[in-house]
Design a protein around this ligand. Structure first.
Ligand SMILES: [Cu+2]
Length: 106
């Protein structure tokens, strides 16, 4: 993320090896004001973002540019920050703590 930018997106892949569907109900990131799950959809040649209340993961779900993504607003950013503590909240599984690495994207 360039310095001064406080809005960004988080991308990751979730693999579900539990043998039953898992429901992701939200994501939180330490130091961010708002974190939302979105999906980019193209409607009449216009890309628009749709809010997702939950994402059901059967085997694998990718959050990637142009598709599902986690919108991060009001993140406190410093040049020295290499990663953020991110929590994945599930309806039917314990919360997962992960590290979100800071990457440059183009
Ligand atoms: Cu978005």
């Amino acid at each position: 993320m360039p310095s001064g930018v406080t809005n960004t997106a988080a991308f990751f892949t979730i693999l579900n090896h539990t043998g039953e569907p898992v429901t992701l109900t939200g994501v939180s990131i330490e130091g961010a004001d708002h974190v939302m799950m979105h999906e980019t959809k193209v409607v009449d040649d216009m890309a628009k973002m749709v809010h997702l209340d939950k994402v059901i993961i059967d085997n694998e779900v990718r959050f990637e540019p142009g598709g599902k993504h986690v919108m991060v607003m009001g993140l406190s950013v410093t040049e020295a920050t290499k990663s953020y503590n991110m929590k994945l909240h599930f309806a039917n599984k314990p919360t997962l703590d992960v590290k979100a690495e800071v990457r440059n994207s183009k």
